[in-house]
Design a protein around this ligand. Structure first.
Ligand code: FNR
Length: 421
């Protein structure tokens, strides 16, 4: 039926199926700084490019005369069966792409049966997104506050659990935001991250903490916010007063206040014990793992899974391509024996990319920027289009490979390209 939605329509699809065109359409749909924040990456962008380019190092080896008429895209993660290996990566501040923001994404995910991972830095609350997601699968991503705010972490995780988010994803690579020249040159979000835009706190425990601290310390969050606002409203701000006001409203609705608490503060492996206590028996997945050593540590500290990811090249520029990290992590004997569930993101742009990552050992694959372009292109229907294209291409290409199930993919189905002399 996936194939049919794409191939049997007499009308051309509402948006292009060529994923290379999605960023072009998104660029036309939103203000330049908003697009830049999503599209661009850290430093010279070399890691972001390497992520995408890494897929070209590998070529698939299709088999012929195999009956792959009926194909099965389903995977089992942490004891639950999902319709496909695709997941929607946690992406913050979605309102900068479309006014329907995370609600549109949640509805699209429910419709196409792709789990949504909700970001801590969302512009809609945990409860609002849960309600839009309905009977769809949802996971929760935590930007982990400093240890002084363990009560806030407990509150967030309690709310997520109550609202039916099944898996906890803890992002480890963003205790400090990366060096992102495009955002810095438009004085866009990093400024707000750095200063800490704490207006939008919606968590009751956090609100209580802020009130307590404001009472004690005049140079608390309130003061920081006033500084941010004064700077933003200063005449001559590059992209105009209206846009500033619009973005300020976005920030006010957002939960980016959490970065106030964790900016520059690194937690330690032993601290994961606290999250285990707060989250209980539910699966915990560490996002941002890039080395065999850290994958082994995740096993040692009793984690259920990891996401091999470099945040789409938005954090440490110069870091290795995420796909190369995946290859090494999945080849490691300790990791293999442990039964750790290895998921993957960074650089996936097509259905074929999904298959290549699975050949290297990923059990599930997250999509970041592409669905944000979809959101800018057409809100819920744009996100749905992007996910449907990826799913249909996975399905189609699996058949072209002569495979009946994504579970049958293995390293032997890939060949590494010979190095050019
Ligand atoms: C992200 N990412 C991210 N990750 C996370 O754990 N929490 C977050 O709030 C965000 N926010 C965010 C915003 C934007 C605009 C982007 C592009 C990315 C990282 C995201 O989950 C994922 O790791 C990357 O997007 C994957 O790379 P690709 O698919 O964009 O190449």
């Amino acid at each position: 039926s996936l194939q049919r939605t794409i191939y049997s329509s007499l009308r051309p699809p509402p948006f292009p199926t060529n994923s290379a065109l999605w960023p072009k359409l998104a660029r036309q749909a939103v203000p330049a700084p908003n697009f830049g924040y999503v599209h661009d990456s850290a430093g010279t962008g070399s890691t972001c490019l390497a992520n995408v380019d890494a897929f070209n190092q590998y070529r698939l080896k299709p088999r012929m005369l195999v009956d792959a008429t009926h194909r099965d895209l389903s995977v089992t993660l942490f004891g639950q069966t999902y319709a496909s290996p695709l997941l929607v990566a946690p992406v913050g501040v979605q309102e900068i792409m479309h006014t329907d923001a995370e609600i549109a994404t949640a509805e699209a995910c429910r419709n196409v049966k792709v789990p949504m991972i909700l970001s801590t830095a969302a512009t809609r609350t945990i409860e609002e997104v849960a309600s839009a997601s309905g009977d769809g699968d949802r996971w929760y991503q935590l930007y982990w506050p400093r240890s002084e705010y363990e009560d806030v972490t407990a509150s967030l995780l309690g709310r997520a659990k109550r609202e039916g988010y099944k898996v906890l994803v803890v992002t480890l690579d963003t205790f400090t935001i990366g060096w992102r020249p495009v955002d810095l040159d438009t004085s866009y979000l990093p400024f707000l991250w750095g200063q800490g835009c704490a207006v939008g706190f919606s968590d009751p425990v956090f609100q209580r903490r802020v009130e307590e601290e404001l009472g004690r310390d005049e140079r608390g969050v309130g003061e920081k916010l006033r500084e941010v606002r004064d700077l933003l409203l200063r005449p001559g701000t590059p992209w105009g007063a209206l846009k500033v006001l619009r973005n300020l409203r976005v920030m006010q609705r957002s939960q980016m206040w959490l970065s106030v608490m964790n900016s520059g503060t690194y937690r330690k492996w032993e601290d994961l014990r606290v999250l285990r206590e707060l989250w209980g028996d539910g699966p915990i997945v560490l996002k941002g793992i890039q080395t065999v050593e850290d994958a082994q540590r995740a096993v040692e500290f009793g984690m259920d899974g990891i996401i091999v990811s470099n945040h789409g090249g938005r954090q440490l520029n110069g870091a290795i391509a995420s796909l190369d990290a995946l290859r090494d992590v999945c080849a490691d004997e300790t990791v293999k024996r442990s039964g750790l569930t290895v998921l993957f993101d960074s650089g996936v742009r097509t259905g074929v990319d999904v298959l290549k990552a699975m050949c290297l050992g990923a059990k599930g694959v997250l999509i970041g920027r592409p669905y944000m372009y979809g959101l800018a292109m057409g809100g819920q229907s744009g996100v749905e289009h992007v996910l449907n294209c990826l799913l249909a291409e996975v399905d189609n290409s699996l058949g072209q490979m002569g495979k009946r199930s994504v579970k049958d993919l293995s390293r032997g189905d890939l060949e590494m390209r010979k190095q050019q002399a």
